[in-house]
Every structure is written in C-alpha cells, then in structure tokens.
Ligand binder design. Structure first.
Ligand code: HEC
Ligand code: HEC
Length: 415
C-alpha cells in the first residue's frame, strides 16, 4: 500500500480537525437537490416532467363518466429540481409566519395527509381559521383553490394563509425583509433562479418556489390505481363492491368525485350542516355573488381521504362512514330552516337509500385510495435556523409527547 508522505499526513490531520470542529459548531450547509422528486423525469432544460400511467389513456373516451381508463386533466409541472427543493425549505420554515411560529406544514402536515386533523385550523396565537385545512396532494391538477374556489392559482392561493391575521399573520414587507436578510436564502434563490437578477429576492420567486413544491406532491399509485391499470387482484371483493356502489347511478358519488382525481373540480351545493350555534357558511356565493352557489363548495378530491378526518369544509363528520351516511339521510335534511327555501341543492343530491352494508363497502373503497409513496422528507434544518415545520398540528403534539420520553432522563438512568 502507498504510504502518505509527511506533508499529506499533516493535511489529513488538519482536515479531520477542521471537519470535526465544523460538525460541532454548524451543520453542513443546506444544498438544493439536483434531481427531480420520484415520479418526475429530468429533461435537458433542467425541468421536471411528471410521468404517469394515466398518460397512456385517451381522455375523450369516457369523458365525464370517469371510467377506469380516463386520462388526467392538464397539469402544472416543468419546475427545476432546485425550485422544487427550495419550495420544500420554504414550506417547512416558520420564518414565513408573522411571529415565526407557524410553517405551512403546521396546518398541512405530511404525517396527517397534508392536512391537520382539525375541524377548523388554528393560526398564530391560537386564532381560529374559518374552515378546515384541505389535503395538498395532487394540487398540480387543480384549476381553483380553497373550499369556495376563490383563488385561480397556487400563487394567488398562498397569499391567503400568509397574510391572514388568523393564519400566518405575516405582511409582504416583513416576508420580503426576512427572506432577503437571510444569507442562506440569498444563496439558495440564486441557485434556483439562475437566469434572474440575484438581488433582491422577489415575492414572485418565493411564491413560485412554494408552488413548485406543491405541484410535486403526487398521489396516483394507490391500490385503486393498480386495479385501474389492469392488476385485477389489487382490490378485494369488499372494495370492488364499494367501487360499484360509488360509481352506480343510485349513489352517484363518481359524478362529482370523478376518477382519476376523484373530483370534477366543480362547485356543488350539497347541504353539509354547521356545528350547533355556528352561522351558515355561504361558501362560493360570497365570492361569486351567484345566488345559485349559496352554500356551495368545491368538490374535494378523495385521494388519501382515509388520512384526513374530520371531513367537509368544517369537519362536520368524524369518519368516512358518517360522511357517506350524510348522502343517504335525505335531500337537504341538514339545512337550517331559514335556508331551505333559498339554497338550491345539486340535482345529484337525492335519497339513494343506501343500506348499511353499502355504506360500509363505500368506506372500504375509499380506503383503497391511499398512496403516500412520494411523501417528501421534512428537512432536518431550514435556512432560518428555526425548528423545521414550526408548531405541530395538535394531533401530532400529543403523540410525540407519548412516543418520546425525555431522552436526557433515560441517559442518566443508564449511567
Ligand atoms: C393556520 C393554518 C394554515 C396554514 C399555516 C396554511 N394553511 Fe393552507 N389552508 C388552510 C385552510 C383552513 C384552508 C382552507 C381555507 C378555505 O378554503 O377557506 C387552506 C387551503 C389551502 C390550499 C387550497 C387547497 C384546495 O384544495 O383548494 C392550499 C393550496 C394551501 N392551503 C396551501 C398552503 C401553503 C402553501 C401554506 C404556507 C404558505 C399554507 N397553506 C399555510 C390552513 C392553513
Ligand atoms: C353533487 C356532487 C356530489 C356528489 C354526488 C357526492 N359528493 Fe361528496 N362532496 C361533494 C362536495 C361539494 C363536498 C364538500 C362539501 C363541504 O365541504 O361542505 C363533498 C365532500 C365529500 C367528502 C369529504 C371530503 C373531505 O375532504 O373532507 C367525502 C368523504 C365524500 N364527499 C364522499 C362522497 C360519497 C361517498 C358520495 C356518494 C354517496 C358522494 N360524496 C357524492 C360533492 C358531491
């Protein structure tokens, strides 16, 4: 074996010394990924294109009915690996909230299906948001955002939570100031937007990177999808029965929750009840001034639905069984008296009189729509140096407390 010369021994020792000193004082600097997330392929122009088996199907065929081989709607992709990864840093960085306690993940947590397990979300200083947090899976395919569909792009959408005093409570000026003052963000934005002036970082770049990350959250590989692509054993007998009820002209679920996204992206008035004492939520009427949308909400996707209880815009139902049973309890049964004459329910909301067993099978089927295989990692550190993710959703706070007995005590007991 080659023996290192005296000179290189000295260099090696110096390196080790510097290396260990660095490890103790500061973790390795944050670098952005140069490869696309799983499911995406890197093109020659450094952009990530989504690949899906659904691309081989012809959307004109079966359109509207949502058969097994219906293509996906148009999507947003083509971001660079660096932009997507920078968006991941921003998404988990509590620097984005006014008091630096909340990140996007505080209400859209990967361990809770990118929702927060609450009927209505909790913003800074314990303030209550007016609705529940939807899941963020498959945002790449949506054309409107929020329960009432009031935002037309992801960029427009995120100005809601960022600047709402009941959610993240930030201002554009403070957001720009804190991101531009951070030398790590300066370096990462320069890497993610090489063709643009390096300074100052703009709101468009911040929103663009977060949108890039959101469009990378793809869930299209559930057991249902395996079945749709031709693997007949992927669903068991109960789930298949449930799928047939779901698609039947009696239950009509698939006419609004249309495969393969399990939403037709339209607004529908279905008459979900508010909690006792809560005012009637006028939904899409308030932003459209269209009285026929009074109490209307965007049809939510049912992908990963088993992970995001409670259900509906206000968490009215604790589980999938109750959410399904709502549809069979009678048209408009839950509307307040004074709304019954005003609200125009969707004509597919009827009284399918589903039997108990059919409701159970529906739940079985919806549970086959779970796929988290592309869940991105929570960064181990974020540029602000704050705790990645910030405040956890309540459901995770208690479970971590139970799962993690104070390690310090365990160590001292062992000694
Ligand atoms: C305090 C909790 C909270 C925080 C923090 C939060 N959100 Fe939300 N998010 C919500 C709620 C509640 C809604 C639904 C509001 C409505 O529809 O009126 C929502 C809706 C959304 C939607 C629309 C989804 C759909 O299907 O229409 C997207 C996208 C989204 N949030 C992304 C983000 C991003 C990105 C951030 C960080 C910049 C963020 N959210 C921070 C609670 C939060
Ligand atoms: C007319 C259209 C329509 C039909 C038909 C329909 N839904 Fe819905 N569904 C919606 C809308 C709109 C919402 C959201 C309503 C709200 O939040 O107030 C929703 C919400 C849901 C939710 C909760 C989703 C979430 O993220 O919280 C589930 C579960 C659900 N529907 C299952 C079903 C099942 C099962 C059927 C068939 C028995 C069905 N739906 C039929 C329009 C429809």
């Amino acid at each position: 074996m080659n023996q290192p010369s005296r000179g290189s021994w000295w260099l090696l020792a110096l390196n080790l010394l510097l290396g260990s000193a660095q490890a103790e004082t500061a973790p390795a600097p944050i670098e952005l990924a140069s490869t696309c997330p799983p499911g995406f392929e890197l093109s020659g122009d450094n952009s990530c294109a989504l690949h899906s088996l659904y691309d081989q199907y012809n959307s004109m065929y079966n359109q509207g009915v949502g058969g097994l081989k219906t293509a996906l709607p148009a999507r947003r992709d083509g971001f660079s690996p660096q932009q997507i990864d920078l968006g991941r840093q921003l998404f988990f960085d509590p620097l984005l909230s006014g008091d630096q306690t909340l990140s996007c993940a505080s209400c859209h947590h990967p361990k809770l299906g990118f929702a927060d397990g609450q009927a209505k979300s909790t913003g800074i200083q314990g303030r209550s948001a007016s609705r529940g947090a939807p899941s963020l899976w498959n945002m790449a395919f949506l054309t409107s955002f929020f329960w009432d569909a009031r935002a037309k792009s992801l960029e427009e959408q995120m100005t809601g939570p960022l600047y709402s005093p009941n959610e993240m409570g930030n201002t554009p000026a403070q957001l720009l100031g804190s991101i531009n003052a951070n030398s790590t963000y300066q370096r990462l934005f320069t890497a993610a937007y090489p063709g643009e002036p390096a300074q100052p970082i703009s709101l468009a770049q911040i929103y663009g990177a977060i949108a890039a990350f959101e469009t990378s959250l793809i869930s299209l590989n559930s057991r249902y999808d395996h079945y749709a692509h031709g693997y007949a054993e992927a669903l068991n007998a109960n789930e298949l029965e449930g799928m047939n009820v779901f698609r039947s002209f009696v239950a009509r679920c698939a006419e609004c929750h249309t495969p393969p996204l399990f939403t037709n992206q339209q607004i529908a008035v279905i008459g979900v009840p508010e909690a006792p004492g809560q005012p009637f939520d006028t939904g899409a009427e308030s932003q459209s001034h269209n009285p026929s949308w009074r109490g209307g909400f965007k049809v939510p996707s049912l992908r990963n639905i088993a992970l995001t209880a409670p259900y509906m815009h206000n968490g009215a139902f604790a589980n999938l069984r109750d959410a399904s049973e709502f549809y069979t309890k009678g048209r408009g049964h839950a509307l307040p008296e004074e709304e019954k004459a005003r609200v125009i329910l969707h004509w597919h909301i009827w009284e399918p009189k589903l039997a108990d067993l059919e409701l159970e099978r529906l739940v079985d089927f919806m549970q086959s729509l779970t796929d988290e295989s592309f869940t991105p990692a929570i960064p181990s550190q974020v540029p602000s140096g704050l705790t990645p993710g910030g405040r956890l959703p309540a459901a995770l706070q208690s479970s971590t407390a139970k799962a993690d007995p104070t390690p310090a005590r365990l160590v001292s007991q062992g000694e």
